[in-house]
Ligand binder design. Structure first.
Ligand SMILES: Cc1cc2nc3c(=O)[nH]c(=O)nc-3n(C[C@H](O)[C@H](O)[C@H](O)COP(=O)(O)O)c2cc1C
Length: 197
């Protein structure tokens, strides 16, 4: 495997920001499919792949989402070309025979064990949400992740069958850095966050 050059690392990490303002350049169905086809390759435990994504893009769907958002997240989400709801499927284990064919019995590690289902679905969908943002940035998109919403309201509006729960939401599109952009906040230094033992 080769390493990425500095420009690619700038795009994905060093220059990538969380955006609060958006240009009106749209995001096509093809782009959303390309994004999913990249992010889906990121690893999950037993390849369980619990993330389920709803791309909220139409005016009608945006209207449905708005009341569930904290006020400070409403304007930017209205403006963004699309908002992805990253959810997790509490019945993810039913797909394990398909997704983990060398050990289809792995389904039974989870079936009936609600705490393990919740922990596994949340952990792995959070990872997949991170893969989503890395994939989006790799494709030249910008991201605006948010947890400022009322989960029960999003769940009722977009996952009414109760099997999928919202983890976090993420605006995507082409960010407008000339508006609503804060200075980059510091990050913890290696010695403050890591140890080598
Ligand atoms: C899971 C998650 C939830 C967040 N929730 C919100 C939110 O509700 N509203 C908001 O304006 N920003 C939210 N943010 C944005 C963060 O504040 C931002 O990513 C962080 O300050 C780093 O900014 P930077 O990427 O521009 O360096 C969230 C980010 C993440 C990853």
């Amino acid at each position: 495997m080769g390493t990425l050059d500095g420009a690619a690392l700038d795009t994905i990490f060093r220059n990538a920001r969380s955006f609060n303002a958006w240009t009106d350049k749209p995001v096509s169905d093809e782009m959303l499919k390309e994004l999913y086809d990249l992010m889906k390759m990121g690893p999950t435990s037993a390849n369980c792949s619990p993330a389920r994504i709803v791309f909220v893009r139409s005016d009608e769907a945006k209207e449905k989402l708005m009341p569930a958002l904290l006020p400070q997240n409403q304007g930017k989400t209205k403006e963004a070309p699309a908002c992805a709801i990253i959810g997790y499927d509490l019945e993810f284990f039913e797909k394990i025979p398909e997704l983990f064919p060398h050990n289809p019995d792995a389904r039974n590690w989870f079936a009936g064990n609600d705490p393990l289902i919740q922990e596994t679905a949340f952990r792995n969908s959070s990872l997949q949400g991170a893969y989503f943002m890395i994939a989006a940035r790799s494709l030249g998109l910008d991201c605006g992740p948010m947890s400022g919403f009322v989960p029960d309201m999003v769940n009722e509006a977009f996952f009414p069958d109760g099997k999928v729960k919202a983890n976090f939401i993420c605006n995507i599109g082409y960010g407008d850095a000339s508006r609503e952009m804060f200075e980059r906040s510091p990050r913890l230094a290696f010695d403050d966050a890591c140890s080598i033992v």
